[in-house]
Design a protein around this ligand. Sequence first.
Ligand code: KG4
Ligand code: ZN
Length: 335
Amino acid sequence: MGKATTCILAIESSCDDTSAGVILDGVVLSNIIASQAIHAKYGGIVPEVASRMHQENISLVVDTALKEANVALDELDAIACTTGPGLMGSLTVGLSYAKGLALSLEIPFIAVNHMRAHVLSHFIDDPKPPFPFLCLTVSGGHTQVVLVKGNDDFEVLGQTLDDAVGEAFDKSGKLLGLPYPAGPLIDKMAKLGEPRFKFPIPQIEGLDFSFSGVKTAIMYFLRDETKKDSAFIEKNINDICASIQHTLVEILTRKIIIAAAQYGIMEIAIAGGVAANSGLRDKLTSLSKEYNWNLYFPAMQYCTDNAGMIAMAGYLQYQAGNFSSLNTKPYVRGM
Ligand code: KG4
Ligand code: ZN
């Protein structure tokens, strides 16, 4: 490797994915992700188990990220790491590792906000959205419409008042007997079905979201139908999945339409795990024709939690001279 202008190692461990990546002059060279399948048997993430798994995985994940990028420790200019929002124990594992490495290599430490990094994942590949743009950040922990005015200038216009949309996918899937995380499975089965069952769209003012009512409606619907026919779910699984997905996508896209009109912005981006959903992508694609939007989807590997997006956020902070103290603490909430 020739001498890098800026080479950064990034670490992400906010939830249940242990990830490390290397970025060289704004180009992501590696993005290694170790997912924790163990949570499937509990039907959701067990925080204690997640932090222990991060501890088991982190050294190998970091070594692999450096090896794949063909970068040695002494070539690094900074270490970036997610400091929140996320699970306290999970964050602490990545953060301690990152701080330790920065301290021993005597290079700067860069604290990265996970939600901002999801938005900045759009700057990894082309085409990159011009400022200002709207970003719908949709994951297992968050649902936000963000007005992005610059690399470091974010305004949250609306967010969920209860469950995140990924959680709504996962909890609905649980009611159907699907393993965690159910989002990708619902997506797959929805492709084979028709959205012929109707669930209510919540009437929430402004740009905020709510998903708990839909989840309850689905629960009562399934209870009533399975009382009449115990094989109802089995017989109609594809149509039920298509109906759930249709409803959740409808809730999300209605707010984007309002935000785009209200702020007069035609540049629309989506980020986060649920941005992988094909129903959401299809619906936004058809809306973009109707409203003349320019759409931005990150590559699939940069939608779900990944260190590539932390590396990009870290690189932009490095360029701005935005370094962090080794006393930086992890946090559960905040953008
Ligand atoms: O961004 P992410 O990896 O982690 C969080 O920060 O939460 O998002 C994970 C969420 C899970 O709820 C998962 O079910 C959902 O993203 N997800 C999907 C799809 N792929 C992942 N939901 C719907 N359709 C998908 N294709
Ligand atoms: Zn995330």
